[in-house]
Design a protein around this ligand. Sequence first.
Ligand SMILES: *[C@@H]1O[C@H](CO)[C@@H](O)[C@H](O)[C@H]1NC(C)=O
Length: 205
Amino acid sequence: MLGKKLVTAQKRGDTRALFLGLGMMACSVLMYFFIEITITPKYKKSIWTKESICEVMKASIKEKVHCIFNKHSGDENIFRYPCLEVQVNLTALGQVVMLYHTEDTWTRNPKCSYIPGNLENFGEVQKNVESIKNNFSKIKIFPCFYDPSRAEPSVILERLYSPAGFVITMIWPTLMMTGGILIIILVKINQYLSVFTASQYIRPV
Ligand SMILES: *[C@@H]1O[C@H](CO)[C@@H](O)[C@H](O)[C@H]1NC(C)=O
């Protein structure tokens, strides 16, 4: 009686563990899929792969420049942040080109080198952009990234979508996939072992 109950309980436990394992695998597949459609394109578009040294030639704040977000709002004359323009000498090639903060800056507004994070208080935003401009007059030489194929002449200061970043992004779904597979393997081994032990007991001596 007790033995039968134990076997039923173990079976139920096995089924739960199997479902947990399968659930984790399904979840990681969803995560891979999500990464593939949302994040991978950003990594593919990150063409600024080569590092070099850049030297600031000019850092200035342009007079009012359209903020891209307002293009379709009808209110054509709202400017939400001062537009900082930084020109650098890409010393590896001796070319003077536009510098962008990150890949996203280039995508969102290629007219400006920097887009402030919080656009709510214009006074704060102005101070923020000014201080960044001043930093460029203090730190004139720094590492930067450029497109070695020269399809894109500009350079960026920080690479958001580097291969190392992609590996880090893939760690979570991969861990979950491995966990799911391990659970299923363990359940199978356990089942095999209990069948094996049971057969040892049943076998007549
Ligand atoms: C840019 O840097 C290179 C290498 O240091 C130098 O030869 C060149 O004259 C610089 N160009 C300008 C416009 O300053």
